[in-house]
Design a binder for this molecule. Structure first.
Ligand code: NFS
Length: 681
């Protein structure tokens, strides 16, 4: 039997540790077991120097003195590693962007009155986007505008010119860099296709050009496909507002029907949450002996329904098998992405019904109920009925009684309301916080779980290092769940974990020290927030001048690689661990970690230790502060790094003077005021 030390190596989450005990007792295999069976992993694969692109191979080149230096076609380590990586960027971009395309489709059907149960919830944001895209709004109905917005958005998948967002949102200086480098994306599909073509056998054999192609494709993801996914989801389902909820497996209840929604797209999960409150469905649950229905989320679907509906989070990526193993999951509903094929095996031990809903993703042993917007609400009711009928089939259950409170629901728009006030929403207080040194900078900590690292531990160690050093943290995806499960998304967490500067800000405006911005597609919210900070003035004219950094400390998938790429292309310093599979080519490593700085202003770091990685990021933030002429942090911090602390006592940190600081051209702002940012139950 696994002892406490073994369990602690697998996960720092108490609920996960409890369930790993149970899965071992019951002989249920998990990702941790299968990963162990895969070790030691193939070094050639790990270093990115095994090539499977054509059928002459597979070829592998040797990083050592002895052994082949080139594949049969002549591709060296740099070509092999960069081609493989570029294809991962294309795959990750395709996943986010295909999600965005589905949201466009749902908005179009809704506007045409063909989608059952859907309505346009944020008409203000719809009109703001229409104006941004030069779509006529005067005297027109919301549905007329929505048809045009959805069609204009769909055009961004196949077009030859710069997508609209590129003109309207990005700071001029950043855009000029992209133009000079030739990495301004055209249509999303076109960039993905071109990456696949360029990396086909016998096409591009200049690793620098291959990586620039990957950067261009990733920009089509972050600034177009993902951004459309986020924006049109806000239009359709409502823009999030700060909202309370709970996280971890203890949110499931023995006397309730527990439905877990897992995957990514909000279109069906939103309907399931709505239908779970339908009196007919509630009555049926009660008739079958349940006290009610819990709809909880796994992975990014969890974030979609948490941000807008306050639905509880059951867990992140590594929780999916464990949640079924509680025996209390009556139905798991999946759509696309991050669903482990092993779920087909895990459900064989329990009564859980697995329901697939997308033609893109079917699973052995699952019931397939094809989703369509035209019958959205009816399908949601049909699935809930299946879950309720399955409640009676439950056997023994073991739900770990572990939950934490959280506040989520932050967006690029409402951050300015929370910090600046409802009547004068503005990024000025945030920028001033940075200028005065209450905030040293901002770190975005995002991404997945991986069995290569102790579940949630790197997220935890990294974000707490930031907080105590007065670096404000924004999070998305499974990384946000890691913090939620440890109570870091509560306003009270500031007093316990943050430095004095962050504490002052959190106390003044009642926000948590970590702001949860949503799903991985919602990383686009971070891009928009950074543009707002540049527009506000005083901390640089382009994105790469901002004292910010990003990290994915437990990354595991191609989507995370695509995100890392668009952040670096946008000018950010990004720590990515476990490292991308490029270490077999020193040239590619050097390009990504050093040479690219001259091009985009951003760079990768592949530091594995989360605390060291956080300190590298803080050093970067300090260098940016210095370049902007900003002083040290207002208060002493445990990691002083390169700061000139003598300047602290002389009080030399300057205040913002608009006339003295050039801020570039004011861009069109997508984030004008909406509702009062009160935290909702
Ligand atoms: Ni992001 Fe979301 Fe989680 Fe990683 Fe998967 S859920 S899209 S990919 S595992 S953070």
């Amino acid at each position: 039997m696994a002892d406490a030390d073994d369990l602690a190596k697998k996960s720092i989450d108490q609920a996960a540790q409890h369930m790993l005990h149970i899965t071992e007792q019951k002989g249920v295999e998990t990702i941790w077991d299968r990963y162990e069976a895969q070790t030691p992993v193939c070094k050639f694969g790990k270093m990115g120097i095994c090539c499977r692109i054509c059928d002459i191979g597979p070829c592998r080149v040797s990083p050592f003195e002895k052994g082949a230096k080139k594949g049969a076609c002549g591709a060296d380590a740099a070509v092999i590693a960069s081609r493989h990586l570029a294809r991962q960027v294309a795959a990750g971009s395709s996943a986010h962007s295909d999600h965005g395309r589905d949201i466009c489709h749902a908005l179009l059907l809704t506007a045409q009155g063909k989608a059952e149960g859907y309505e346009i919830k944020d008409t203000q944001k719809l009109r703001r986007i229409a104006e941004e895209w030069n779509i006529d709004v005067d005297g027109r109905s919301d549905t007329e505008i929505a048809v045009d917005v959805a069609r204009a958005a769909m055009n961004m998948w196949n077009q030859d010119s710069q997508p609209l967002y590129m003109y309207t949102r990005t700071p001029e200086a950043t855009r000029q860099r992209w133009e000079q480098l030739g990495i301004v994306p055209r249509g999303i599909d076109r960039e993905i296709v071109q990456t696949l073509h360029s990396t086909h056998e016998g096409v591009d054999s200049d690793y620098r050009n291959i990586l620039l192609t990957a950067f261009r494709t990733s920009l089509a993801d972050g600034w177009v496909g993902s951004m459309i996914g986020t924006d049109l989801s806000d239009v359709l389902f409502g823009s999030p507002k700060p909202i309370r909820s709970k996280a971890n497996m203890g949110v499931m209840k023995d006397d309730h029907v527990n439905v877990l929604v897992h995957g990514h797209e909000p279109t069906l999960s939103e309907m399931v949450v709505a239908a779970s409150r339908d009196p007919e469905i509630v009555a049926l649950a009660e008739k079958r002996g349940a006290k009610g229905i819990i709809v909880g989320g796994i992975c990014c679907t969890a974030n979609e329904i948490l941000m807008r509906q306050g639905a509880p989070v059951v867990g992140n990526f590594m929780h999916q098998e464990l949640a079924v193993a509680t025996g209390a999951c009556d139905l798991m509903l999946v759509d696309v992405q991050c669903m482990m094929p092993s779920l087909s095996d895990v459900i064989e031990h329990f009564h859980t019904k697995l329901v697939t809903t997308s033609a893109k993703a079917k699973m052995r042993g699952a019931t397939h109920i094809q989703f369509s917007e035209e019958r959205g609400y009816s399908i949601a009711k049909e699935i809930l009925t299946l879950a309720i009928e399955n409640y009676a089939n439950r056997g023994e259950t073991d739900i770990p009684q572990v939950t934490e409170d959280l506040v989520a629901g932050f967006t690029a728009e409402n951050i300015s309301q929370n910090l600046g006030g409802t009547y004068r929403p503005s990024y000025r207080p945030l920028n001033n916080g940075i200028i005065e040194g209450r905030l040293r900078g901002i770190a975005a900590v995002i991404g997945c779980n991986t069995p290569q690292k102790t579940q949630d531990k790197s997220h935890w160690e990294m974000v707490t290092e930031f907080l105590k050093n007065d670096v404000l943290v924004v999070q998305t995806g499974c990384s946000a769940h890691a913090s939620a499960k440890r109570g870091l998304l509560r306003p009270e967490a500031a007093a316990k974990y943050a430095g004095q500067g962050i504490q002052e800000i959190c106390r003044a405006v009642g926000i948590p020290p970590i702001l949860h911005l949503g799903s991985c597609v919602d990383n686009s919210r971070i891009l928009v927030a950074l543009c707002e900070m540049v527009n506000e003035g005083g901390i640089g004219k382009e994105l790469c001048e901002l004292p910010i950094a990003g990290a994915a400390p437990e990354a595991m998938c191609e989507k995370a690689i695509a995100i890392g790429f668009y952040c670096v292309a946008s000018g950010a310093y990004v720590n990515y661990a476990p490292a991308m599979r490029v270490s077999g080519s020193p040239d590619v490593v050097k390009f990504l970690t050093e040479d690219v700085v001259e091009l985009t202003g951003g760079q990768f770091d592949f530091e594995e230790d989360p605390v060291q990685a956080a300190r590298n990021m803080i050093d970067h933030i300090d260098r940016k502060r210095k370049a902007l002429g900003l002083g040290p942090t207002k208060y002493p911090v445990p990691y002083e790094g390169q700061q000139d602390v003598s300047a602290r006592s002389s009080g030399s940190s300057r205040a913002y003077e608009p006339a003295a600081v050039g801020t570039g051209t004011k861009q069109v702002c997508p984030g004008s005021p909406g509702a009062t940012p009160a935290i909702e139950e």
